[in-house]
Design a protein around this ligand. Sequence first.
Ligand SMILES: Nc1ncnc2c1ncn2[C@@H]1O[C@H](COP(=O)(O)OP(=O)(O)OP(=O)(O)O)[C@@H](O)[C@H]1O
Length: 267
Amino acid sequence: MAEPALALVQSSPLPARAQIAFDNVALTLGGKAIIDTISLEVAAGEILCVVGASGCGKTTALRLAAGLYQPTGGSVRFEGEPMRAPRREIAVVFQDYGKALLPWRTAAGNISLALETIGMRAHQREARAAELLAKVGLAGHAAKYPTEMSGGMQQRLQIARCLAQDPKVLLMDEPFGALDAMTRQGLQDEMLALVASTGATVVFVTHDLEEAIYLGDRVVGLLPHPGRVGLELTIDLPRPRDQLATREQPEFLRLRRALFDFIKASE
Ligand SMILES: Nc1ncnc2c1ncn2[C@@H]1O[C@H](COP(=O)(O)OP(=O)(O)OP(=O)(O)O)[C@@H](O)[C@H]1O
């Protein structure tokens, strides 16, 4: 598929707080307007969740943020610089962990490869891989192959592999979508703790409206055909969040209702 040409970059200065900035971004693929027009800023350390009806352009927006697509209009910038290609500071976590991991490498081997890619010397890799596995709750599973692990463990491994590149930003595309409800809630909390300890920025795409509210500092709802921002909610729920207490708060229920109504109206 031909990559659309890089659009002209506007010269206006960005507010200091924007780490990722979509500035009037449009994207046409195969003659079809997929995104038109998105202006959005993500602050360093923020957790921004993106929801929207199926096919509204969530994955496409994430691919634009990752530098995997170039906009056909407007600009996508990272720390003020146009995103011309994927960058090491920005890691992408996919829903399909099975495809993201190398089945012929152990857990440690999968992470080691990522460490090799960033140029870490061989003698340092083993210790760093063990550290990263411990960070995602997989200490003691270093010698296992992905097929010997549960879905939740494989997704943790994918996250550890992304952390190996020491990213400033995690772009997550329905990362827990294939997991059962209990595993999913456990991973939500582990992710929040990890992010709090690393200070990474997160853009998190999900179909699960409650997940978006539970995790986010902000939730953006996209409208379809073409994909554009239709709703922006600030999530003023206290942190650390708690699977029971947070979800029972009247404010959580109010936000859930607002998002539900938005999605229903946009379908
Ligand atoms: N390479 C492409 N060429 C043409 N159209 C595309 C391409 N990639 C995506 N699309 C179309 O763009 C629209 C948005 O797709 P995208 O996958 O971003 O939506 P989504 O919101 O992530 O969907 P879902 O929630 O179902 O995962 C869809 O209509 C899709 O068919």
